[in-house]
Design a protein around this ligand. Structure first.
Ligand code: LLP
Length: 442
C-alpha cells in the first residue's frame, strides 16, 4: 500500500499537485477541499498558469527548432469554451477547430480567425459558408468532395481560400486503437501509400478558388515516444519533395498534428516537450537538406499536452458497496457524463481522497459514477483510504477531453469550470441548472 505522509507520494503527478499541512490535496496552490465546499461538486478545476506555461514551451521550442514561421495551434477539441480561446489568443497560439460550434466560440472570444484552422472529415456546406464568412485562415481539407465544395463557396464570394490537405502517412504509433488516426485505414485524410494523396494534390492545384499552402497529418494521440513524430516528419517532407517534382508545387507549411502524451499514472513518463520538438527540428533540417528542398513552416497541434495536467475533477463520495469475494465500489456524484473516457477507452487515471490525502490506502476500490449504466466507471483497482460518504474524491489530469466530451446523460447538469490563477480563482463556465436542461424542450 502507498505510504504517504510526505511529498514524494508518486501519485502527485505534477508539480501543481501537492498536499498541505491539513492533509488536503492542493491544486495550483489552492486547497481542493475548500474549493469543493465553495463551488460544489462535481467540479472541474483548471490551472491557468500551467496552460500558459505549456503554450510558451511549445512556442519557444518551436521557434528555436523550426524558425520564425512556425506556430503551435491549440487543438481546441480537447477543451473548448470562450475563456480558453481568449487565453490562446493572448499567448499568440493558433487554434485547430473542428466544428462551426467551436468556430463560433472562438469568434465570440475575439480569437483572430486568420490563425484558425478548420478540420474535420465531413464539413457541411453550411460549415464551409460560415467559416469563410467568418474569415477562417485555413481549411484542412480531407477529401475531393470537400475541396470542390470549398472552391464553389469561395467562387461565390469572389475569394480564394487557403487550405492544407490532410494526408495519412501510414504510421501506427503505440496508443489506444480508437485514438490512432494516422494509419492508411482511417476515416481521415488521403493516404500516401495508395496514391490518393498525390492525386488530391493535383486536384487541389487545379481548382481556381483554392490556394494550396501545404500538408497536414495527425498520427494519433497520447503517444509517449518521439520516433513516430520523426517518422511522420520524414514521410511528410518526402511527400512534399515528390509533389515538387511532379507538380512544381513548393510546400509552404507542414502541420505535424498533435499527439504528445501526458502522465495519467505515476508509471507514465514525464515527457520533455521542448526536447522532443528540438529532435523533430533536427530531423526536419537534415531531411530537407537530403531532399534538396526549402524547409517549410512547421505547425503542430497539441491539445492534451497543453491542458491535461492543468485539470483536476472533484467529486463527493456517496455509497460504499462491498461485494464480498468481488470488489468494493465507491460511487461519486458525477461519472461518465462529465468524464466518459474510462467508459470509452478504459483510460487510466490517478484518483485520490482529497480530504484524506496522507492517510494509508488500505482499500482497493472501483470508483463508479452515478449514471444508470453499469459501465459508468471512472477507474478500477484504485487504492484509497477506506472511503466514507462525504469524502472529496479527486481525479487528476482531467484538463483534456473531459469538459469537452461531457454530456447531459441522465439529465445531469454539466459541472462548472473554475480557473485557478495564482491566488485568484474565478468561474469560467458556470454550473448548468435544471432550467438549462429544459431550455430547448418545446
Ligand atoms: N490535431 C488533430 C487533427 C486531431 O485529430 C487531434 C486529436 C489533435 C490535433 C490533438 O491531439 P492531442 O495533442 O490532444 O493528442 N477523445 C480522445 C482523443 C481524441 C483525439 C482526437 N484528435 C481522448 O479522450 O483521448
Amino acid at each position: 500500500m502507498i505510504d504517504l505522509m510526505n511529498k514524494t507520494d508518486s501519485r502527485l503527478l505534477s508539480d501543481n499537485v501537492n498536499i498541505n499541512g491539513e492533509g488536503h490535496l492542493t491544486f495550483a496552490g489552492h486547497d481542493t477541499v475548500a474549493l469543493a465546499k465553495e463551488h460544489g461538486t462535481p467540479l472541474y478545476l483548471l490551472d491557468e498558469k500551467r496552460i500558459r506555461e505549456r503554450c510558451r514551451t511549445y512556442k519557444n521550442a518551436m521557434r528555436e527548432a523550426f524558425g520564425e514561421g512556425s506556430q503551435p495551434l491549440f487543438a481546441s477539441k480537447s477543451l473548448s469554451f470562450r475563456r480558453i480561446y481568449e487565453i490562446m489568443a493572448e499567448e499568440g497560439m493558433g487554434t485547430d477547430i473542428v466544428s462551426a460550434g467551436e468556430l463560433h466560440t472562438a469568434k465570440i472570444a475575439g480569437f483572430p480567425m486568420e490563425n484558425a484552422y478548420f478540420h474535420g472529415n465531413n464539413k457541411t456546406d453550411e460549415d464551409i459558408a460560415f467559416a469563410i464568412d467568418s474569415g477562417i485562415g485555413y481549411f484542412v481539407c480531407d477529401n475531393i468532395e470537400e475541396l470542390r465544395a470549398i472552391d464553389r463557396a469561395a467562387a461565390e464570394r469572389g475569394t480564394v481560400q487557403n487550405i492544407l490537405l490532410r494526408i495519412t502517412p501510414g504510421i501506427d504509433p503505440h496508443t489506444l486503437a480508437k485514438i490512432n488516426t494516422g494509419k492508411v485505414d482511417s476515416k481521415f485524410g488521403a493516404a500516401i501509400e495508395t496514391g490518393q494523396a498525390a492525386k488530391i494534390t493535383g486536384q487541389a492545384l487545379a481548382l481556381p478558388c483554392i490556394k494550396l499552402c501545404g500538408f497536414h497529418c495527425h498520427i494519433g494521440s497520447q503517444i509517449f515516444e518521439v520516433e513516430p513524430f520523426l517518422d511522420a516528419a520524414r514521410i511528410m517532407l518526402s511527400f512534399a519533395a515528390e509533389m515538387q517534382s511532379i507538380y512544381g508545387f513548393v510546400t509552404e507549411k507542414i502541420n505535424l498534428g498533435g499527439g504528445m502524451g501526458v502522465r495519467y499514472l505515476p508509471e507514465h513518463p514525464a515527457i520533455d516537450y521542448a526536447k522532443n520538438i528540438a529532435e523533430i527540428g533536427r530531423v526536419i533540417k537534415d531531411t530537407c537538406a537530403e531532399l534538396g528542398i526549402e524547409q517549410p513552416d512547421i505547425l503542430m497541434e497539441p491539445g492534451r499536452s497543453i491542458v491535461a495536467d492543468a485539470g483536476m475533477t472533484l467529486y463527493t463520495a456517496g455509497t460504499l458497496k462491498e461485494i464480498s469475494g468481488f470488489r468494493t465500489y465507491v460511487s461519486v456524484d458525477g461519472g461518465m457524463a462529465d468524464n466518459p473516457r474510462y467508459a470509452l477507452y478504459e483510460a487510466p487515471y490517478t484518483v485520490m481522497l482529497a480530504n484524506r490525502a496522507t492517510e494509508k490506502c488500505d482499500t482497493v476500490c472501483t470508483v463508479a459514477g452515478r449514471c444508470c449504466e453499469s459501465g459508468d466507471l471512472i477507474q478500477e483497482g484504485v487504492a484509497l483510504p477506506r472511503p466514507r460518504r462525504g469524502d472529496t474524491v479527486a481525479v487528476l489530469t482531467t484538463g483534456a477531453y473531459n469538459f469537452s466530451m461531457a454530456s447531459n446523460y441522465n439529465r445531469l447538469p454539466r459541472p462548472p469550470v473554475v480557473m485557478l490563477d495564482g491566488d485568484r480563482c474565478y468561474v469560467a463556465v458556470r454550473r448548468e441548472t435544471f432550467e438549462d436542461l429544459v431550455r430547448n424542450d418545446m
